[in-house]
Design a protein around this ligand. Structure first.
Ligand SMILES: NC(=O)C1=CN([C@@H]2O[C@H](COP(=O)(O)OP(=O)(O)OC[C@H]3O[C@@H](n4cnc5c(N)ncnc54)[C@H](OP(=O)(O)O)[C@@H]3O)[C@@H](O)[C@H]2O)C=CC1
Ligand SMILES: O=C(O)[C@@H]1CCC=N1
Length: 271
């Protein structure tokens, strides 16, 4: 892929995940800089991935071709305002949830070249999923760069309308946490049944990895067919599945995802 000088503004969980994925995919660490107010996360990134670090957003952004905005949504306005003089002509990529693309033009006080993306933490392992949205006027070259950057850390989908980003949050940005919760609950139940915690974790995590790989590697089978292959008539799985269905798992999942989107929409009104 084309390699450009890229600066991550904010060196938290998500920057770490993307930087880890990029470096593991062969992106030149010397072209990557991350900024952060406190030192510990920068020191860990430099030690683990050999990237450049800085406490100075302005200096780091001035020296980059591409700026990836990776601070919490409530800090975004102040961060953008302070960078307004050094971003002309540069490609901006934001990963923030809930801030509409139009707001960035207000923050910078001018029209900017900005692509909205919604990645997730498995980017760190090259197993990420990113949704991308580019407004009209963004060049094919800039779109291709943003896509290649995120593809280095996993799979990508483009959404035609900005509202699609909120759906990506519900399906992929937030969803690793849903699966962690499910695994957490299985481990807790296993421990309550008397298993050592380490064994309960090994059993649950390996089942999750295996099940996800089976979904991915059998595109001709639906998840329902894969489930049917596990579920012997009158057997053990049928009892467990019936319990989930009776407990309203499907509507719970739908409500959770709907509330995730609702929160993104609320955030969009408050920024
Ligand atoms: N976590 C996730 O799974 C996902 C998050 N996102 C989005 O990614 C963004 C970042 O989230 P996440 O990585 O989880 O958050 P984190 O809090 O882990 O990271 C944000 C980082 O920004 C740093 N920071 C604060 N102020 C500044 C500043 N003025 N200049 C530079 N850096 C600053 C913080 O430093 P310090 O801690 O030292 O104050 C922190 O390290 C959010 O907008 C979120 O919506 C998107 C997809 C998934
Ligand atoms: O919880 C959040 O708001 C962010 C966006 C997607 C994942 N974490």
């Amino acid at each position: 892929m084309q390699q450009k000088k890229i600066c991550f503004i904010g060196a938290g969980n998500m920057s770490r995940a993307i930087i880890g994925g990029l470096v593991k995919s062969g992106y030149d660490a010397a072209l990557i800089t991350a900024t952060n107010p406190s030192a510990a996360k920068l020191e860990a990134l430099a030690a683990d991935y050999g990237i450049n670090t800085s406490h100075d957003n302005l200096d780091a952004a001035s020296n980059a071709d591409v700026i990836l905005l990776s601070v919490k949504p409530q800090l975004m306005q102040g961060v953008c305002e302070a960078l307004a003089d050094v971003i002309d002509g540069k490609l901006l990529i934001t990963i923030a949830a809930g801030i509409p693309e139009s707001r960035y033009h207000d923050y910078f006080g001018k029209q900017v070249k900005l692509i909205r993306t919604m990645p997730n933490t498995p980017m760190q392992l090259g197993l990420g999923m990113t949704g991308l949205y580019a407004p009209a006027g963004i060049s094919e070259d800039d779109k291709a760069f943003a896509e290649h950057l995120m593809r280095a850390c996993g799979d990508v989908v483009w959404v035609a309308d900005e509202s699609g980003i909120d759906k990506v949050i519900a399906l992929a940005g937030s969803s690793p946490a849903y699966f962690f919760l499910f695994i957490e609950a299985m481990i807790e139940a296993g421990v309550q049944m008397g298993l050592p915690e380490a064994d309960a974790r090994t059993l649950a995590q390996q089942a999750a990895v295996g099940a996800a790989a089976m979904v991915k590697q059998n595109p001709d089978l639906t998840p329902a067919e894969l489930r049917a292959n596990v579920t012997s008539k009158g057997g053990t799985t049928a009892e467990a599945i019936a319990t989930f269905e009776a407990g309203g798992l499907r509507s719970l999942v739908k409500d959770a995802m709907g509330n995730c989107i609702k929160r993104a929409e609320e955030m969009a009104k408050s920024f």
